[in-house]
Design a protein around this ligand. Structure first.
Ligand code: SOE
Length: 386
């Protein structure tokens, strides 16, 4: 079996999630193309060497420029903070490497378009890390919609709620700095909801939003780790330059109405990622905390048994059944990444673009920016005008 040599830039939360996916892939998908975990790269030489050892990479490096130009690297996987994506992606594409890049693709729509352009003109395969598409229950929702079993779609309602910023002493991590993260809850959590809506419902025609930064200054961090920065340390504070919460409404091109809520201030919600879709023939509800289930309602059920049923997307009728464990045994967060990389490697082998790819990353960025413009101008924005 031919192997593809991976060079990965980033070694924290997503670096661990991606490494875990690469490791699981040959064991659970033995007849597919396999990844060889060649080089892991990061700025801190000692920390990245220790990650290489812990995650199972053959080598570590602190020089991404050398990594992307190495002859023996086939794929560059970028999961460093968002401000690093563009330069690395463009250099890697120009060196002919296939690209897997975490979301949000870039700090701005213009940057994401440049990345897409570089990837397309290099003729490489490119994928963006919207991993939640790969939960079997989400795939079931997609199937019900595509087969017309929910009828005409009227509503998409999405919410991604976290609470790690409620503590005012939580330090000014990189995710709270606009020049590194691009935006706050909007680009971090809202991006997942936007992609989910694109995947399940289709394009958005117009949007209007509002956002807030509830805590304007935070203690400077002792390290710049994302959710792991140590709390309450320094007396010196710096400004939070991103949104803590962003809400918006959308009108989809097919006439459906959407509402979206992304916040890091929803006390009690560690990471609630949910959506509900209502159509003329039924509804579905997905909640990532119960990711093996899809709540399904059909209007033509007999009246005396009408109501939401809990469908377990873990048996033989559903995606990836039999790949992991025997029917009925649940899977978790980490499996969504393995599924995403299976799609990526399959696409490389089959010489087609994977899905979601940089086009989807750009489309997401376009909505992110349209919402930001609507907030600034306090008006509806035509998404296609951007
Ligand atoms: C942190 O807010 C985060 O890890 C996001 O960056 C991820 O994309 C999301 O899946 C969970 O929350």
């Amino acid at each position: 079996m031919k192997k593809l040599n991976i060079g990965m830039v980033g070694y924290k939360f997503m670096g661990k999630a991606h490494s875990n996916a690469y490791r699981a892939l040959p064991m659970f998908f033995p007849d597919r193309l396999h990844p060889a975990m060649k080089v892991i790269c990061g700025r801190n030489r000692e920390a990245v060497a220790s990650a290489a050892h812990q995650f199972g990479w053959a080598e570590s490096s602190s020089d991404w420029k050398t990594l992307v130009s190495r002859e023996d690297i086939d794929v560059v996987d970028i999961n460093a903070p968002s401000n690093a994506h563009k330069e690395i992606a463009i250099a890697a594409a120009q060196a002919g490497k296939h690209l897997y890049c975490e979301k949000p693709l870039a700090l701005s729509l213009a940057d994401s378009r440049e990345m897409l352009e570089a990837a397309e003109s290099a003729g490489i395969k490119h994928m963006v890390g919207f991993n939640y598409r790969f939960a079997p229950a989400v795939i079931l929702a997609k199937k019900l919609i595509d087969e017309g079993r929910l009828g005409d779609i009227y509503h998409f309602r999405g919410w991604f709620l976290q609470d790690w910023l409620v503590d005012p002493d939580f330090p000014l991590a990189w995710r709270l700095q606009q020049e590194i993260a691009g935006s706050g809850a909007h680009g971090d959590l809202g991006a997942h909801l936007i992609d989910m809506a694109h995947y399940l419902i289709g394009d958005m025609a117009e949007v209007i939003g509002m956002s807030e930064t509830f805590i304007k200054e935070r203690p400077l961090p002792s390290d710049s780790g994302a959710l792991s920065a140590t709390s309450g340390a320094a007396a010196e504070k710096g400004p939070v330059t991103v949104d803590d919460a962003t809400l918006f409404m959308a009108r989809f091109a097919n006439g459906a109405l959407g509402s979206f809520e992304a916040t890091r201030f929803a006390s009690g919600h560690r990471s609630t990622n949910s959506f509900e879709i209502n159509g003329s023939k039924g509804s579905v509800i997905f909640d990532f905390e119960r990711m093996n289930e899809l709540q399904v309602y059909f209007t033509d059920d007999q009246e005396d048994v009408q109501g939401f049923r809990r469908v377990l997307a873990t048996d033989s009728a559903h995606a990836y059944s039999g790949v992991w464990w025997p029917t009925g045994h649940p899977i978790g967060y980490e499996h969504t990444f393995t599924h995403a990389f299976v799609e990526f490697l399959d696409a490389i082998q089959e010489d087609r673009l994977p899905s979601p790819n940089f086009h989807d990353g750009v489309k997401c960025q376009q909505v992110l920016e349209a919402v930001e413009q609507s907030i600034k101008e306090r008006t509806w924005i035509d998404v296609a005008s951007l």
